[in-house]
Ligand binder design. Structure first.
Ligand code: WQD
Length: 350
């Protein structure tokens, strides 16, 4: 079976995707610095699979390292050659992803996300690996009010994090154009990844106080945080609170498998694809749903709008459905149930 190099494979999205790829029979070479992730996530991946009777001996290789160090990246490729399990494709998750942190420290984000990706791509060329699925973000878009975002909409990020993601997309396009007979590239623009694996053994470990609404809700529910501060009650939306496209983490993982499977089967090409549900949910609707599904109260109060926020960020996902034959299967109730199951079983994360 094909060997896949997963950068950032111990992270929230990476670990859920690694679980799915191992279930599909892939061999994984994972590089992670554990700067914003826990190695325990991969131990849980192994536990879930062994509970299912799936033997992953010889199927998962973990290298602790950083994409900022090209020798760490080379070590992974060399290992795959020595084992005669040559890496055919890369799924590139590794990167810093806090919008607030990127505003305070743009150097950190440009060095890590952009320079790290340049290192990765140069080593891929050196080892003749020209298939890559890239973890991009809806943050690259220029906000539109009350209409879904299409892949050919204007991209105008409003923070350094989004700028690094768009820059990497443009770099990937340049590389594809330099050798379009060889490269297979899919840039996946995530909307709001949330929830957890149904087992409750794998989930989002915010490693401290989260910035995003969903892990904040689960931490209020578990009693670690007193209440939710809702940023703005006067947005032009159904109830005055911000609307987002919350996608279950396992639907997102399945989207990565669909993109990888497509690239491995089809001719060289460059794809940019939204991964979202196409359904908008307001902050108040998310809170009310969480309360209903889990029979728990989530205290909240209203605060000023957050700088850089928009009223409405929802995907048009018709391209993912048409090209990748991918459909999100899980809804907001599933998100609220699975995320709470994870938080209850892991009050302090991994
Ligand atoms: C969601 C809604 C807030 C916190 C970010 C990144 C994006 C992606 C997902 C990486 C908004 C409201 C939030 C709070 C609140 N990450 N909110 N009180 O900003 O949509 O997207 O995470 O790719 O790139 O930009 O996510 O969860 O921070 O906010 O009212 O304490 O919740 O105003 O309406 P966001 P979020």
């Amino acid at each position: 079976m094909k060997s896949i190099f997963v950068t950032g494979g111990a992270g929230f999205i990476g670990s859920h995707t690694c679980l799915l790829l191992l279930e599909k029979g892939f061999t994984l070479f994972i590089l992670d610095s554990f700067v914003t992730s826990s190695q325990k996530s991969l131990k849980r991946v192994s536990l879930i699979l062994s509970n299912k009777g799936i033997d992953i001996k010889g199927k998962i290789y973990l290298v602790e390292g950083d994409i900022k160090n090209k020798y760490d990246i080379e070590r992974v490729f060399k290992m795959s050659f020595e084992l005669n399990k040559i890496i055919k494709s890369v799924i590139h998750f590794a990167g810093l992803k806090s919008v607030a942190e990127s505003v305070k420290n743009p150097f950190l984000y440009w060095e890590n996300n952009v320079n790290g990706t340049i290192n990765l791509l140069k080593v891929m060329v050196k080892f003749n690996c020209k298939n890559i699925v890239f973890s991009s973000s809806a943050t690259v878009y220029k906000a539109k009010s009350n209409v879904p975002l299409f892949e050919n909409d204007i991209c105008e990020p409003f923070n350094p994090y989004g700028n690094t993601k768009l820059t990497i997309e443009r770099l990937l396009k340049d590389i594809y154009n330099s050798d379009s007979s060889q490269w297979r590239i899919a840039s996946l623009r995530y909307f709001n990844p949330v929830g957890a694996h149904e087992s409750g053994l794998l989930g989002e470990d915010a490693l401290g106080k989260p910035n995003n609404i969903y892990p904040l809700i689960t931490q209020v529910a578990i009693g670690k945080i007193k209440e939710i501060k809702i940023f703005g009650s006067d947005w032009p939306t159904v109830d005055g609170t911000g609307i987002r496209d919350y996608i279950h983490i396992m639907d997102l993982a399945e989207g990565h498998f669909a993109a990888l499977d497509y690239l491995l089967k089809e001719k060289p090409q460059f794809l940019t694809i939204n991964l979202g549900t196409g359904i908008g949910t307001s902050v108040l609707e998310l809170i009310r749903c969480f309360e209903k599904v889990n029979n728990i109260e989530i205290p909240f109060s209203f605060d000023n709008r957050r700088v850089g926020d928009n009223a409405f960020v929802v995907a048009d996902n018709s391209l993912a459905k048409k090209i990748l034959n991918w459909n999100p299967k899980r809804n907001i109730d599933d998100i609220c149930r699975d995320g709470w199951n994870w938080q209850l079983k892991n009050p302090n994360g991994y």
